[in-house]
Design a protein around this ligand. Structure first.
Ligand code: SAH
Ligand code: SF4
Length: 440
């Protein structure tokens, strides 16, 4: 007999391992001022900064050696201080007739993170889009049981350059195909708002006209509901699109599906998201992964309506991608359509999304999980049993007695002072290596 109180959200491992800090930062984490400072220190004329920036942000070069506009001694001096790329190796898998490319990036300490590039051809009424989904952490501490990354557990935060370099890789591949990066979504591995300083540094690079030059509206930050992070984003008041991973509108079920709900209940998450919408004038979108018989009933739809009515919110219904360690399946298309219709009838904006790249493991973290080795059959069977028991409890409307997962950060407190968007968040290359780095 399964103990319904047994922990179901504890991932396969909780490898909270401090990152092996690389002595040389990545050039992708530096802004114009940082590069200019380094060029000055090397005694080079100021125009060299522009050449370095061109190489980093616009050229097809993938290494210092390929930048022939710079003299060999300068290339060597730069290479001694900075990595051109923080990604050591990338494997690409293509799906959907070439319109989806899933990249598995190996970082310098061997950690694996994923990015997914999706091509949406243009039509008479819309422009072509090339959207990149990027990771902000290796693994994730939140532990949503339907998510392959959650199952991996938290490994470490990514640095600004490690986030940005996923986009630099995609930019080089797109350039080669005569295409442009148009949108970036923080919907890969990890919880962006639990690594917010680095995510803000990466967002600054993405929206800086001298680097990627994307409009802030074309950058989406997705969160499972880290309330202090949403509040901090609202205080910054940029125009990023905020996406909330809702998945359930009632606390008992959300405690199970998104375990940080035990720390920040859904009503608080939605209140913070509404405030974000009011501060920024931007519509907040809500992601809702549709799981057969778990969160897709008429009662679930009505609970979503009660929670979101009048907020101008938009709900994206997404069929669950199958992952090995859950007994759950995606809701059938008719069931998704009925759910969406119920929301629509109540005045909410709704889109039913299709999953991209299913044949290459499109759910975030699936490739990295594969590399980590699939759990053994008895482990999978035990996980299934626990989830069946826990969902039965949640569906009866009983709240979980499990604590929130560890690793969600320190107790909430008001920030000492708001951080301006323009503040320098990239690691300063001029600091000696020992002083570099943020939260460790
Ligand atoms: N941690 C953040 C961002 C990364 S997850 C968040 O949760 O919002 C990005 C999105 O992928 C989330 O909405 C998440 O719920 C969804 N996702 C994760 N696993 C999935 C699966 N198996 N099928 C479909 N969507 C999934
Ligand atoms: Fe983390 Fe998001 Fe996956 Fe949940 S869905 S485990 S928050 S990456």
């Amino acid at each position: 007999m399964t103990d319904p109180a047994a922990p179901v959200s504890t991932p396969r491992s909780l490898r909270v391992v401090p990152p092996a800090r690389h002595p040389r930062p990545g050039v992708g984490g530096l802004d114009e001022e940082d590069v200019a400072g380094m060029i000055g220190e090397l005694g080079e004329p100021a125009f060299r900064s522009r050449q370095v920036a061109d190489a980093a942000w616009r050229s097809p070069a993938a290494d210092w050696d390929e930048i022939t506009t710079l003299a060999r001694p300068l290339r060597a001096a730069l290479a001694a201080r900075l990595r051109f790329d923080t990604v050591a190796a990338t494997t690409i898998r293509v799906a959907d007739g070439g319109t989806t490319e899933k990249a598995l990036h190996g970082l310098s300490d061997g950690r694996l993170v994923e990015s997914v590039l999706m091509h949406y051809p243009g039509a008479a009424d819309r422009r072509e889009r090339n959207t990149l989904c990027i990771s902000s952490q290796a693994g994730c501490a939140v532990g949503c049981p339907f998510c392959a990354t959650g199952e991996l557990g938290f490994e470490r935060d990514l640095e600004v350059a490690e986030i940005v370099d996923q986009a630099r890789h995609a930019r080089r591949r797109l350039d080669a195909a005569g295409r442009h990066l148009t949108n970036v979504v923080f919907m890969g591995m990890g919880e962006p708002l639990l690594n917010l300083d680095a995510v803000l540094g990466a967002a600054a690079a993405l929206t800086d006209p001298g680097r990627f030059g994307l409009g802030a509206r074309h950058v989406t930050i997705s969160t499972s509901g880290v309330v202090p992070g949403i509040e901090r984003l609202a205080r910054l008041r940029p125009q990023w699109t905020l996406a909330i991973s809702l998945h359930a509108a009632r606390d008992p079920l959300r405690d199970l599906l998104v375990p940080l709900n035990r720390r920040w209940p859904v009503a608080d998450v939605v209140a913070a998201a509404r405030a974000y919408g009011q501060e920024t004038g931007r519509r907040v979108s809500y992601e809702y992964v549709m799981i057969d018989g778990i969160n897709d009933t008429a009662a679930d739809a009505d609970a979503v309506v009660r929670l979101l009515r009048g907020s101008g919110a938009h709900v994206n219904c997404i069929p669950m991608n199958q992952v090995a360690h859950t007994p759950w399946r995606a809701s059938a298309p008719q069931r998704i359509a009925a759910f969406a219709e119920r929301l629509r009838a109540a005045g909410l904006g709704v889109t039913v999304r299709r999953n991209r790249g299913q044949e290459v493991g499109a759910a975030c973290g699936q490739l990295a999980a594969e590399q980590a080795g699939e759990p053994t059959a008895p482990t999978v069977a035990r996980r299934h049993e626990l989830l069946v028991a826990a969902s039965a409890v949640a569906l009866r409307g009983e709240r979980s007695s499990e604590p929130a997962p560890p690793g969600l950060g320190p107790p909430d407190r008001p920030p000492a002072r708001p951080v301006g968007v323009g503040r320098r968040l990239a690691p300063a290359a001029r600091r000696p290596p020992a002083a570099q780095g943020g939260r460790r």
